[in-house]
Design a protein around this ligand. Structure first.
Ligand code: PHE
Length: 477
């Protein structure tokens, strides 16, 4: 540790909240969540989802905002530095190191999907889409540009057209990061997030007013579409049967961490740039609420009912990539002025994605500047190089989209899960829940009730450990 880096800060409190919301609201809300909800029987998934939100997501968000601000007061902004403030022990920077490796690991595949979204928005803009040839047309378009039909190199790397979009995404991310907190991340989020909410609400209204588009198929109506998402009981399975699946509980908790960007370096880093008396409790709560609204009310209620109403129940449950890049374009094709909605939708996904991907880079940038003492320019160059090589290697070795899914499961669920467990133990026991509550009170508009100490100390870690053990047991047994 070479010590505190030169001072950077946010422009305004609203800016910080929107930057954190920008990080939180992303592909997780609009693709990953609907994909998981549909995979785990819709409504049955919502139970472990909301339990995890209340017992893990919200308390850990409070914890991170508070610990980050405390670390920042001591002049540290990188996770290894902040973890050391929280846990003055030789091992703590190594744990903190994980908090910057995991987001960078996620970035390496996330940016590829971000580029897919930009590529699709472009297809709508130039009129290639809609393809007007049924599901197979989108299937082969997708298989072709992502290289699934070819040999080893995947994710679209061998497709010269697509690679341009990937490079654009790389460059944009790096420019924003290079411009720093207030002039880069905050500015982009202040514009991006309101635009995103307005476009998503417009698409939601469109979907929820579709009624029964095909009178020959009266079952495929809006209410049944919503029922598919919210009903815990399906025809084939009782909801108790669905709830006994340990993997679903793990996936739901993993989704909470992924979507809120909590559990690993990101929010800690962002909040370390707060001032001593900047509010943390209300800000954390507002960003969680904004993200949950974007996920459940917008992401979920747009995609699942739309797929259900226009294409039937089977279409809604085809997995994240299938839903996002094959089913939804087909849905837009069947909607009046669907091309406009298609363009709007994929542009929205791109905005959501980029305000998230920049946040995955900030912990590493903070580390380079603070831990190694490199300049911002050198840090950004180094990180661009590392992540680009990483993406190419990952794309080469992972066999197809299954590889992408696997990575998302291991890094985006399991690693995050473990890190979050470590973090909650550090917060609740090492830093101390009471100290945390006292720390959170400083400058906060809302104060945390005392019983939160109990939740942070006992409920969250026990919940995490039990879910993990049940999952291990069901998978190893
Ligand atoms: N929360 C983002 C999403 O929902 C993803 C993310 C993961 C952002 C990890 C930052 C860190 O898409």
């Amino acid at each position: 540790m070479t010590g505190p880096a030169k001072k950077e800060s946010w422009g305004s409190m609203l800016g910080v909240i929107l930057a954190v919301m920008g990080s939180a609201i992303g592909l997780g809300n609009f693709l990953r969540f609907p994909g998981l909800a549909a995979k785990y029987e819709g409504g049955a998934f919502m139970i472990p989802y909301f339990v995890a939100l209340l017992l893990l997501g919200i308390p850990i968000a409070w914890l991170e905002w508070t610990m980050g601000r405390a670390g920042g007061q001591k002049g540290f902004h990188s996770t290894p530095g902040i973890f050391r403030v929280i846990w003055p022990h030789r091992a703590s920077p190594y744990v903190g190191f994980l908090g910057l490796i995991v987001p960078v690991g996620i970035y390496m595949y996330y940016v590829v999907i971000e580029a897919w979204c930009l590529y699709y928005a472009y297809q709508y803009a130039i009129g290639t889409f809609p393809l007007h040839d049924g599901a197979t047309a989108y299937q082969s378009f997708f298989a072709d540009f992502t290289g699934q039909s070819a040999n080893g190199i995947l994710f679209g790397f061998e497709h010269s057209n697509f690679i341009v979009f990937l490079l654009i995404c790389y460059v944009l991310n790096m420019i924003i990061i290079y411009r720093g907190l207030a002039g880069g991340i905050e500015l982009v989020s202040m514009i991006g997030i309101p635009v995103l909410f307005v476009s998503a609400v417009a698409i939601l209204v469109r979907v929820l007013t579709l009624g029964t588009p095909d009178p020959a198929l009266p079952e495929q109506n809006v209410l049944n579409g919503l029922g598919f998402m919210w009903n815990p009981q399906t025809e084939s399975k009782s909801f108790l049967e669905s709830l006994s699946n340990g993997e679903m509980w793990l996936a739901a908790a993993g989704q909470i961490f992924f979507t809120l960007s909590v559990g690993f370096g990101v929010i800690i880093t962002y909040s370390s740039y707060l001032k001593k008396d900047d509010d943390v409790v209300l800000s954390a709560t507002t960003s969680v609420a904004g993200n949950t609204f974007a996920e459940v009310a917008l992401g979920g209620m747009i995609t699942i009912p739309a797929a259900f109403i226009l294409l039937g129940p089977a279409a809604a449950g085809g997995g994240t990539f299938q839903l996002g890049f094959i089913t939804l374009p087909l849905v837009f094709e069947q909607m009046p002025i669907g091309s406009l909605f298609g363009f709007l939708w994929f542009s929205l996904l791109f905005i959501a994605a980029i305000t998230s991907s920049i946040s995955m880079l900030q912990p590493a940038i903070a580390f380079f500047e603070e831990g190694i003492g490199t300049s911002r320019r050198a840090s950004v160059t180094l990180l661009s190089f590392v992540t680009f090589v990483g993406t190419v290697v990952v794309a080469y070795f992972s066999k197809g989209l299954i590889g992408l899914d696997q990575m998302d499961f291991w890094i985006g669920t399991v690693c995050i899960f473990l890190l979050a467990t470590i973090q909650v133990i550090l917060g609740g026991w090492v830093f101390g829940a009471d100290r945390l509550i006292a720390e959170a009170r400083k400058g906060s508009v809302l104060s945390l009730p005392r019983w939160i100490a109990f939740v942070i100390r006992f409920v969250s870690p026990v919940y995490l450990i039990v879910v993990f053990i049940v999952w291990l047991y069901q998978n190893l047994g």
